[in-house]
Ligand binder design. Structure first.
Ligand code: RB5
Length: 144
């Protein structure tokens, strides 16, 4: 898969490690920045990654900020995006299995680097279960 990755200054320190896990699992990283710890605005990076997922340029996206909250709020403004903020492994798995999340949001100031790696690994290797969950996702279009 092609995985679009974006972060703000709060997530920059772990972006490289996250990209490493993505590569280890055999996926391609599309890096949308940012590229330093200098203060930037997270909605700009959420937009770049979400546009890539929406257009089909990327299969999925990963967004990292300090808490993951701002990125998830910004990402979920797009109708085609199902962004999940995950701070542990159960929700990482369920966001894929039940919600078919296409964007993973992470909080680099909340979770340590070891757990972040495992969350990414779990999220990228868990399949959507479909069935009744697909029926529920189809109802999202009524909310637009
Ligand atoms: C930046 O200081 C911080 O607000 C941002 O990384 C994120 O946590 C927002 O939700």
């Amino acid at each position: 898969m092609k995985i679009a990755i974006g972060c703000d200054h709060g997530g920059f320190a772990v972006k490289g490690e996250i990209a490493e896990v993505v590569n280890e699992l055999g996926h391609e990283v599309i890096d949308h920045g940012c590229d330093s710890g200098e203060s930037v605005n997270y909605p700009d990076y959420a937009e770049k990654v979400c546009e890539d997922v929406e257009s089909g340029g990327a299969d999925r996206g990963i967004l990292i900020c300090g808490t993951g909250i701002g990125m998830s709020m910004a990402a979920n403004r797009s109708a085609a995006i199902r962004a999940a903020l995950c701070h542990e492994l159960f929700t990482a798995a369920m966001s894929r299995e039940h919600n078919d999340a296409n964007v993973l949001c992470l909080g680099a100031r909340v979770v340590g680097p070891g757990l972040l790696r495992e969350i990414v690994r779990t999220w990228l290797t868990t399949e959507f279960a479909g069935g009744r969950h697909q029926t529920r996702l189809a109802l999202f279009s009524a909310l637009d």
